[in-house]
Design a binder for this molecule. Sequence first.
Ligand code: SF4
Length: 371
Amino acid sequence: MHLDNMEDNPSEGKNKKLFFTKELMHWEGHKKRLMPWKYEKDPYKIWLSEIILQQTRVEQGKSYYNKFISNYPDVDSLANTPIDNVLKDWEGLGYYSRAKNLHTAANQIVKEYNSNFPDNFEDILKLKGVGTYTASAISSFAFNIPKAVLDGNVIRILARYFGIGEPYNKASTKRNFQKLADELIDMSNPAKYNQLIMDYGALICKPTSPDCENCVLQPKCFAFQNDNIKKYPVKIAKAQKKKRYFYYFIIENGEEIVLNKRSEKDVWSGLYDFPHVEYETEQNVEKACEDFFTIQKLENISMKDTKRAIFNYKQTLSHQFIFSFFIRINELQPQELYPNYHVVKKNILKKMPFPKTIAWYFKKCYLTLIL
Ligand code: SF4
């Protein structure tokens, strides 16, 4: 790995690593960071918290963690619940594949491990949706196995402290970061080490405005000593986010409404939205209506049967922006679109899982049904 400080003295490099681990293990500041899952030893609860926290802020994750622990107190209760209910409880958190993977992995544990959470790194890593980071966190926190966690927080600390000038989002560099992290872990107390380094990234060596004045690593921190903190961690610029434009058609008939179940291969897989047409650029509503009627072979429908777009909404996902426009259609019998879509009673909408965009629409238009 390329170090900007070009340490060619092995004993100095070793001292620097020993200093890092020793100072971190004596740092007391972690006590200020309180989270419901902190110091938890039950691998099931640790697993839930780690999956919920992927791509989610701690504050937002807390209420979901408490809800899941309450609704699914053990792996059997999660495995035995229909996936639609689990998705409903996950609603609003995004990245719904996480909820589906949780459910699949719970069934895996029931069938393959007789409902006992696996107790070693390799078997934990085989669970659906569990990557190296999560397997390291579970195996160290629950079983004190010396596997170092490596996420954006840890990479930032290591890059600054050691002066690592290679882009961390390159696969080969990431492997080297993992190797370095594994060398630094305190073998006598891996659980404490992993918890401390996570807390350190959140409280001291923060992405912006790191608290260098109170940092126990400061005497040997390369970035601080060279007044070059903003340079680290180095990363390759990402491609621009894709923009998608969804024109949704709200088709109702009395107590019924037409819904679309999202496919397995796209965002919001397994959740429900409305029949729609999609474009790469913004369109006018007339064009979207014409295209929709043509695709659905609804020759007798025209613009006079629609109301204009009444709302639009933007949702930001990790790799794309989704702009949604909602168009109501009058007097169209839902059965005309069957069997491509699901015609459901409005009084069961409360129980169905929807992406944030659709939940937002319902809250605006069907307040009493959803809230
Ligand atoms: S001195 Fe500053 S940049 Fe260096 S490890 Fe500490 S907080 Fe991070």
